[in-house]
Design a protein around this ligand. Structure first.
Ligand code: NAD
Ligand code: UD1
Length: 329
């Protein structure tokens, strides 16, 4: 079923492969699609556009509008693909708290639908988005061998996705890499949605002189990882599966933690605006400390460099202020 085309490139033969990106119209998925296109691959996107946007997509992407929980749609989208990057999900922890069953349908049900199509098509490798939310409250730096203890429906479904990936290899021969993304930020993360990531919300509001809300006392920490680094991991993960099939679980993080209050101050410094802070209630199930070890991913994939928060914030703020176009950043 796999049908790579061949083309001449710098005098050597390069394989033009098709990759399926579920959730490819979203924040992380659209950056991944850009990177795959830049490498000369054909990119097929399956997305229901619930949070994804057409403007995020390079027109060279082949777009299939559909639900990742629909087995026929997923299978159609995967036919001929050499690999599947599965990113479609309801990415908001708060939304999963509000709609337990609805988000479970997508975040676990959609993921098993992807694995099942991969099995039916002869073992298409799958690189998928798990989350640091599987760890729950780990004290200190979270390594992949820590016992997972999710505190939210979102984290529980991501843990379920990892466990089904293990079954996918053992029973069905589907190889996978599950990436436990910590808190990803960068251009195209929707700054207008209250369900979006904290950096995009704070960057827009502080830049506009509007108040921000600190949920809890603001001492909770996160490990903020820039979207370009996440894309590098995803691409390297797919390459790794081609060489060494297995079922891997790897953190995507920097190893540095920042409290939410420090984050607000850093954005205030970068935008030269003093943040106007409102206190809000702590969110249900909110994790107190989240910082990961990047060591295993570094060793496994050979990725040594990660963007500093200062540099990543500068890129994000430049894109928000229009110094660089939001398109294809
Ligand atoms: P996003 O909301 O921008 O992207 C998710 C995409 O999935 C959107 O384009 C959305 O329209 C699509 N989608 C949602 N439900 C769908 C369905 N039923 N069928 C088809 N498409 C559907 O979020 P993101 O931040 O880019 O997240 C991408 C992935 O990374 C998700 O799996 C998320 O859980 C995971 N993740 C994100 C972060 C982060 O900090 N942003 C951290 C850890 C894990
Ligand atoms: C985020 C991701 C989730 C991912 C997880 C991995 C989003 C929307 N969520 O969840 O997909 O799996 O990281 O670690 O990208 N906060 C405020 N004020 C605000 C918004 C947030 O104080 O206006 C606080 C929250 O209470 C939380 C922290 O900032 O303590 C981060 O919140 P958020 O960006 O929503 O991310 P997570 O819940 O960590």
């Amino acid at each position: 079923m796999r049908a790579p085309l061949c083309l001449a490139h710098h005098g050597t033969e390069v394989r033009l492969t098709t990759y399926l990106v579920t959730g490819g119209a979203g924040f992380i998925g659209s950056h991944l699609a850009d990177a795959l296109l830049a490498e000369g691959h054909h990119v097929r996107v399956l997305d229901d556009f619930s949070t994804g946007r057409t403007e995020n997509l390079d027109p060279r992407c082949e777009v299939m509008r559909g639900d990742v929980c629909d087995p026929a749609a997923v299978r159609r989208a995967m036919v001929g693909a050499s690999g599947c990057f599965h990113l479609a999900a309801v990415a908001s922890v708060v939304r999963a708290n509000e709609d337990w069953l609805g988000t479970h349908r997508v975040n676990l049900g959609g993921t098993i639908t992807v694995y099942d199509a991969a099995r039916a098509l002869g073992g298409v490798p799958v690189v998928y988005a798990s989350s640091a939310a599987v760890y729950g409250n780990v004290s200190g730096v979270a390594r992949e061998d820590a016992t997972p203890a999710p505190r939210t429906a979102y984290g529980a479904d991501k843990l379920g996705s990892e466990q089904h990936a293990g079954v996918g290899l053992l029973v069905h021969g589907v190889a996978s890499v599950g990436f436990r993304f910590f808190n990803v930020y960068g251009p195209r993360q929707d700054p207008s949605s209250p369900y979006s990531g904290v950096i995009s919300i704070f960057a827009r509001a502080i830049g506009a002189g509007e108040p921000i809300t600190l949920h809890g006392d603001g001492s909770q920490t996160r490990d903020f990882v820039f979207v370009a680094d996440v894309v590098q991991h995803l691409v390297a993960g797919m390459q790794h599966l081609a060489d060494r099939p297995g079922a891997y679980l790897l953190n995507v993080c920097t190893g540095r933690e920042t409290s939410i209050r420090e984050l607000a101050e850093a954005i205030g410094v970068a935008t030269r605006r003093k943040p106007v802070i409102k206190d809000g209630p702590a969110r249900a199930g909110d994790i107190a400390q989240s910082v990961g070890s990047p060591r295993l991913a570094t060793i496994t994939l050979g990725l040594h460099e990660r963007t500093s928060l200062a540099d990543g914030l500068a890129t994000l703020l430049a894109s928000l202020s229009g110094q660089r176009s939001l398109e294809r950043v």
